[in-house]
Design a protein around this ligand. Structure first.
Ligand code: AMP
Ligand code: GLY
Length: 423
């Protein structure tokens, strides 16, 4: 089989390494891939947002199956367009990807179908939003409607911060058109859990839970990033919480999308907060999370491509999807200055014996060597029977990798360990 994977980050590298385990796979193309993915797939210089280019490449290269991993091409309808050419895909169509593409859509879906989430109001008029904020409970959360590259969320701790956020989104358009509509929502408190799931619109199969570490520095200090590390499973996601999520969130969301004529097929990501009133949805993503995928897939025992094809064929209920009972930890190594400004082009040294555990996010190839090209450069994953051992093993590998200006958090998994030790 010839497989095409759209995307070029650590998540795509993890997906590609896993798909490679299937013996029926001959060639994997990554569009655009990166300098690390190039060791596991043929990288083709077509951007993940170039839908015409992707479709053109797929039709000319006998692609048997395509995996569209990032949010933008999904929201732009890459799956619809590939399906038109009879190329089966993993990933939702555009009319279902809107669950991530529009926060207004997802909030209204949850309200209509009684799915627990933060209370909210939607505004398309700045004066009305500013009027509302005068009496709204503080802290509050302000979200721009569109994708906004994951940055369109501001937690306002004071009324002044909330006003400034509204003006910057709706008047100064710091997130572009995403600021035409904003959501102002209740500030929730509690531990956060990420749950990725496979769904074919008939069955929803949650994967092992995980915990992201979004801030740049140790002890959750510094700016928000795309994610500096992950662990799985998340100790806050107990069997009771999992049961409640299945009954009140996962199945109702799948049914709600069906009822709206927007059947979701692919990986539906639930960003949850476990509040004192039970689990609530913070956000939906229409795709695998990054760097959640880098801890979830290494624990997957069932063949990934087989699961993906079952999702496409709507036969997921026939499959037994199994995860290892162990734990995983992924430490992201980034370039100093990320997420703001950083230098690129530094040679990356990874010893051969650990290269299998490294998921490359931001690297290119120069004179046959791998050099840094992004803020997040790579994710280093280890699995073990216990979380403690997985963390230790991940850091042991990190110590063996070097590139100039590298930095990483030293406390990935520490919060989870504390929760486990206090039990
Ligand atoms: P989102 O892009 O919607 O995932 O939001 C980014 C981050 O903002 C989340 O991971 C949470 O940490 C935080 N956040 C979003 N919504 C809320 C909320 N209603 N209450 C508290 N924190 C939130
Ligand atoms: N790690 C969060 C995300 O993929 O959006």
């Amino acid at each position: 089989m010839n497989i095409l994977v759209v995307g070029g980050g650590g998540r795509e590298h993890a997906i590609i390494k896993k798909i490679k385990e299937n013996k029926l796979v001959n060639t994997i193309y990554a569009l655009p891939g990166n300098g690390g993915i190039a060791k596991d797939a043929i990288c083709v210089d077509i951007k993940a947002t170039d839908i015409d280019g992707i479709v053109d490449f797929a039709t000319k290269n006998n692609i048997d199956y395509a995996v569209v991993a990032p949010d933008d091409p999904l929201v732009l309808g890459a799956v619809d367009r590939l399906n038109e050419k009879n190329i089966p895909c993993f990933g939702p169509k555009a009319n279902a990807a809107i669950i991530e593409g529009s926060k207004v859509f997802s909030k209204e879906l949850m309200k209509k179908y009684g799915i627990p989430t933060a209370k909210y109001e939607v505004f398309d008029n700045m004066d009305k939003a500013l009027e509302y904020i005068k009496t709204a409970p503080i802290p509050t959360v302000i979200k721009a409607d569109g994708l906004a590259l994951g940055k369109g969320v501001i937690i306002a701790m004071t009324r002044k911060e909330a006003e400034d956020a509204i003006v910057s989104m709706m008047q100064d358009k710091v997130f572009g058109k995403s600021g035409d509509h904003i959501v102002i929502e209740e500030f929730l408190e509690g531990p956060e859990v990420s749950v990725l799931s496979f769904t074919d619109g008939k069955t929803v199969v949650p994967m092992v839970s995980s915990m992201d570490h979004k801030r740049a520095f140790d002890h959750d200090e510094g700016l928000n990033t795309g994610g500096m590390g992950t662990i799985a499973p998340n100790p806050c996601y107990t069997a009771d919480v999992a049961k409640e999520c299945m009954e009140k969130i996962f199945i109702p969301t799948m049914n709600a999308m069906n009822a709206e004529g927007r059947t979701f097929k692919g990986c539906l990501y639930f960003g949850l907060m476990i509040t004192k009133d039970g689990p609530k949805v913070i956000e939906y993503n229409c795709r695998f999370g990054d760097p959640e995928t880098q801890v979830v897939l290494p624990l997957l025992k069932t063949d990934l491509l087989t699961i993906m094809q079952a999702v496409t064929n709507e036969t997921l209920s026939d499959l037994k999807v199994e995860f290892s009972t162990g734990s995983a930890c992924c430490v992201v190594m980034a370039s100093k200055g990320y997420p703001v400004k950083y230098d690129k082009g530094f040679e990356i040294n990874i010893p051969d014996e650990i290269s299998n555990s490294v998921y490359v996010a931001g690297a290119s190839t120069k004179d046959g060597k791998m050099v840094t090209s992004g803020g997040r450069v790579l994710g280093v994953t280890a699995t073990a029977d216990t979380l403690k051992d997985a963390i230790a093993a991940a850091y042991e590998k990190v110590e063996k990798i070097s590139f100039d200006n590298a930095f990483y958090r030293h406390d990935i998994g520490a919060k989870a360990m504390k929760i486990l030790e206090e039990r």
